[in-house]
Design a protein around this ligand. Sequence first.
Ligand SMILES: [Zn+2]
Length: 313
Amino acid sequence: MKLPSEFTFIQRGWLNCNSIIIQADGPPALVDSGHIRYVDETLELIREAGVEPETIAQIGTTHSHCDHHGANKTIKALSGATIGMGPITAEWFATNETYLTWFEQLTQEADVQPADEIYHEGDTVTFSGMPFEVIGLPGHAPDCIGFYQPDSRVLIGADAMWENDLGVLHTAVHGPSILNDAEVALRKIMALDPAIVIPGHGNLITNVQENGEKVLKRIQSFRDDPSRAAWHITRRFIMYGILTLQPISRDNYIRVAIRDDWVSHYLNDLNQTLEKTITNDNLPELFNLIIDEFIGRKLVVEADGMMTCLVAK
Ligand SMILES: [Zn+2]
């Protein structure tokens, strides 16, 4: 199962989201634009895909996390593209919201470009002359939307469904009900029955029902055992932090990371499966434990006192 020729899938890693270029009957459109730190790389990848960034007429943004809209401002300045997003993201960008967008956590960086257009659930949005249905996909982010192309049955699904996984569920910020929201979003995707889901990170998904069942099980395991959910988010946030700051020494990383207060919200749950209790006073031990695990799994290398991630940016 291949993507129709109108779609160009730019697969990135974990710091930059995947980007999608749509070229049908009009000037090109782009969905999601990566992290602000990698704008030049993003522009280069767009050029390598045969599209001059100066010609992009529309940018669709799936949600407010900073790895999904980092090049919006630059591309708009180059091409005059109109930028569209869901109503909650638009509101957050207009009011410089930094908590619900997670900007003030995780050493995130963003320079938001406000919305020119608002996409509501159920709207039909036309990208490069091709119609897409706007699908609300809350959970990982309360404001997340996807774009479904009904003729080719391709869904741009953002972080609601990844291969065997999904975007982290940050219950400390959004509350425990987001587990239910994430399940509703997955079931919505499965009911649409796309031939292909283009996820916000990772590989294209063509076995949507089977993959959806696996991810539903994962959400159920988070419900059954909150420590699993806490480890999931803690590992991913620490990896994200190292990716953002690398190359960085372990001590410097931990010093920066413990300034963010997100981890303290998960300590109770994390402690359920730890031999030694971690509190705010011995937090570096938690970071060291996870960094050692990453090094053991060859996800991070530490050489000459500096840590670098081996997972894709
Ligand atoms: Zn996200």
